[in-house]
Design a protein around this ligand. Sequence first.
Ligand code: HPA
Length: 276
Amino acid sequence: MTSTELLYSDPLAAATAAAAEIAQRTGVASHDVALVMGSGWVTAADALGAPAYECDAHELTGFFAPAVEGHSGKVRSYEITEGGKTLRALVFLGRTHLYEGKGMEPVVHGVRTAVKAGCKVIILTNACGGINTSFKVGQPVLIRDHISLTAASPLSGATFVDLTDLYSKRIRTIVKSEDSSLAEGVYVHWRGPTYETPAEIAMMRTMGADLVGMSTVPEAIAAHALGAEVLGISLVTNAAAGITGEKLNHEEVIAAGKAAADRMGALLKSTIPKLI
Ligand code: HPA
């Protein structure tokens, strides 16, 4: 069976295999925390220092080469020492999205691999459109809750998982104690690859949404279902459709992400050791 066939036929076995490969390649039996770096967040990972190990994600069982510019598709292992504590972080640069049309399994394979590699906390970052007009471009916002407009779940069968505390309140409290200026918001998952219409954004605002993007939600559910705690951070890279009258443009989304990445990197570095 090929690695791709294994991913679709037995996704947890594929994640277990990829986790064993990571342990073998890094020489680290168990990692503690994982970060998924979305559009423009790659330079935030650089603030964590020099990685102890890096490879192309697609060298590992079940990973595909990424499709979108700005997502370099690497897996890194870092040793983070801060305040007398040392832990190991697994960092995924880039992710697979539902809009790529490969189905759900590749979208959540990274977080499943991370949990199988020992990670107890999964940090999901993304670029998003701001629906709530009090949010500025370049502002990071903690995800408090989500609305799934794709209604696509990574789970199937009679697995009735509680999502009341999906974006861990414990972790949000710790992160906000590091940076009290951080706001929280409700993230809507939009399949894409089209951005939303102005009418769709108006609907989302009425539903109680603050942020809109094309990722994170399936990964959060998959990680939580395997027992990990989840932190979601959205970087507002543009005002959502219809708010300013400007058209949405992928290059601007990437550029806004890069500009805010240094602040995000410093925040992640100081916060991570406090989460475990
Ligand atoms: N909509 C959906 N996804 C996004 C956006 C947006 O406005 N900006 C960045 N990702």
